[in-house]
Design a protein around this ligand. Structure first.
Ligand SMILES: Cc1ncc(COP(=O)(O)O)c(C=O)c1O
Length: 279
């Protein structure tokens, strides 16, 4: 039984109820976070909290939400679930209005939904990805729950046998539909710079630090999508999938030599140590 916490009340997710007038349901008017809870520790909590605060500010909702309460609810939920490792989903919407109106409602409390699902981190081997145009909106730095474009892209990728789609705008790599994207090339680790076109991934942040500590030159730069087949390796990252090596582009291109180089395994081990560290 998966437990959730809806507006401070903990119970089975199957019994939780929200109004059909909730603006998350009607408009996708809300933001979210996904956190990894591993070996009894919620990982990178402060980084997730800072990003959530930025997302709330970007949609004009930060003044109505106490993040202290949200994060203490998360701790209560984890304690109630008894899970040592879990995927934590956190969603805040602009709440249930009296009627369907695009404009912000007055004096409506946000809906705060937290869910702790049984999960444990796994290490994925080499994967295939596809390339697709980035059809999303232009404010992808906000972790918005309006994910229709991501849903369509992810479904297309899945049907093609790809783990994700590497997205490009006008021929330039942005990120993937559920992860950030990187290229290993001649001893350097390249990734597009932060902008409104991509999510400032928490794993991206951790990986850039780890890679620099391991002697990679870390370069945040525009990457032409045509460059990917000529890379030594492509990588995607997210809090739930961790670091995933991409050695093949669907339908039929091999990246680099088609296998995972030793330096990737070294970076992977460093990340796994951080993920499982006991503070
Ligand atoms: C579009 C997108 N980019 C990047 C990421 C990776 O972010 P994080 O490392 O914070 O999980 C995600 C994760 O959900 C995502 O949906």
């Amino acid at each position: 039984m998966t437990l959730c916490c809806l507006n401070g009340v903990i119970g089975p997710v199957s019994e939780a109820r929200i109004s059909p007038l909730d603006r998350g349901f009607l408009f996708g008017d809300g933001v979210y976070e996904v956190l990894a809870h591993v070996d009894g520790v919620t990982r990178a909590k402060q980084l997730h909290r800072d990003r959530l605060e930025k997302s709330l500010t970007a949609i004009g909702l930060s003044a109505s939400v106490s993040l202290d309460t949200v994060f203490s609810d998360m701790d209560r939920l984890l304690a109630a679930s008894g899970l040592q490792s879990a995927k934590l989903y956190l969603q805040i919407t602009r709440g249930p209005a009296a009627e369907r109106d695009h404009r912000f409602p007055r004096a409506v409390d946000p809906t705060v939904f937290l869910m702790a699902s049984p999960w444990s981190p796994s290490v994925l081997g080499p994967q295939a990805a596809m390339i697709a145009p980035d059809i999303r909106w232009h404010r992808n730095h906000i972790k918005s729950i309006s994910l229709l474009a991501n849903v369509l892209i992810q479904q297309q990728a899945s049907e093609a046998g790809a783990i994700d789609a590497l997205l490009h705008r006008d021929g330039w790599l942005t990120e993937a539909s559920t992860s950030n994207a990187f290229v290993f090339q001649d001893g350097a680790l390249l990734t597009p710079p932060l902008s409104e076109q991509l999510l400032p991934g928490i794993t991206r942040h951790l990986v850039l630090d780890l890679a620099a500590a391991q002697g990679f030159s870390v370069i945040e730069t525009e990457i032409a999508i045509d460059q990917l087949p000529r890379a030594d390796l492509v990588m995607i990252t997210s809090s739930t999938r961790g670091l995933v090596p991409i050695t093949r582009l669907i339908p039929d291109q091999i990246i680099g030599r088609g296998h995972v180089p030793d330096y990737f395994e070294t970076l992977q081990s460093a990340y796994q140590r951080v993920l499982h560290a006991h503070p």
